[in-house]
Design a protein around this ligand. Structure first.
Ligand code: PLP
Length: 308
């Protein structure tokens, strides 16, 4: 890996419920890699950044410029800015929507990490994957490496597969992860053992094409029969939350000293606990939940919402 991932570790959670149901639940703490940058995002960026670093820029100024896309609260933009700063690459973020008077914490962080921000209308943003639009971007900003929004690309999935290198113990029966673009879950499926089940918790409402996306990202390489999608834990949709979710986050902090983010990891862990309660996991299951990070997103919550 290009990034220092030595702080990531695996912690087992303890609760009477798990004892009663005879399951174990552990968490891979990718959030410990960096306090603000999402762990899984750095993995998804790995192969892109590696290629950019190894491509000499014609002006001799080091690696290629990276250009990518995201909204005002995008963990992907924050991670890209940070990764490019570390590796001394120039980064450009194309942001969805007109420039607001007050920039979000996420975008302020991007600026601090040296990212050049360019705001485009929501209408224009819908063309972000359109070859003609990409051509226009390259004409405007110069030759650069374009990373699709959220790292949604086979290279992103290949990078996410590296997460499983951190899991030395092969005896986990289930790997649980929160799903947005499905790039991370695609990578985990590629790296998981044939007998392991990969459990995806979509954080968007009404997502039905995840399997198609995973096929696109991985080719024919993965066994979709090992994938379990638990679709009932989006809490109303992307970045939506309820009091129950916030209470759950505070409870996890008090009981397990586990900080969660409300967009992704809280929904995944709530879903995992609920699935234990309703016996979705059979006795003897050894469950590993990926804490993919995203804690910077909590800064958008009103003060004193969380105990951490
Ligand atoms: C982006 C993100 C995810 C989802 O990853 P995808 O590869 O888009 O499915 C999960 N957790 C966190 C914290 C994220 O930032």
């Amino acid at each position: 890996m290009l990034f220092d991932i030595s702080k990531a570790n695996i912690e087992e959670l303890h609760d009477d419920l798990f004892t009663e149901k005879q399951v174990s639940i552990s968490v891979l703490r990718l959030d410990k890699i960096h306090p603000l940058v999402s762990g899984n995002k750095l993995f998804k960026l790995h192969y892109f950044i590696e290629e950019a670093v190894n491509t000499n820029h014609p002006t001799g100024s080091g690696g290629k410029t990276i250009l990518t896309f995201g909204g005002a609260y995008s963990n992907h933009l924050a991670a890209t800015a940070y990764a490019c700063k570390l590796l001394q690459l120039k980064s450009i973020g194309i942001v969805r929507g007109e420039k607001p008077v007050q920039l979000s914490h996420t975008l302020q962080q991007c600026l601090q990490d040296g990212m050049q921000l360019e705001f485009i209308s929501r209408q224009e943003y819908t063309q972000k994957d359109d070859p003609a639009f990409i051509h226009k971007l390259k004409a405007t900003y110069g030759e650069c490496m374009i990373i699709p929004e959220g790292g949604y690309h086979p290279l992103g999935a290949k990078g996410a597969a590296l997460i499983m290198d951190l899991v030395k113990d092969n005896s986990y029966t289930h790997i649980c992860t929160a799903t947005g673009t499905a790039t991370t879950v695609a990578g985990i499926l590629m790296a998981a053992k044939p007998e392991q089940r990969v459990v995806s918790f979509p954080v968007l409402k009404g997502i039905t094409d995840n399997k198609i996306n995973i096929k696109q990202l991985t080719g024919e390489e993965v066994e979709l029969k090992n994938l379990m999608i638990l679709n009932n834990y989006h809490f109303g949709g992307y970045a939506k939350k309820t009091d129950q979710l916030i209470q759950f986050m505070n409870q996890c902090w008090l009981q397990h000293q586990l900080p969660l983010d409300f967009v992704y990891t809280a929904k995944m862990l709530f879903g995992t606990f609920d699935a234990v309660k309703n016996d979705t996991f059979t006795k003897g299951s050894k469950i590993l939940c990926l804490h993919t990070g995203g804690l910077q997103g909590n800064k958008s919550l009103p003060l004193n919402t969380l105990l951490f």
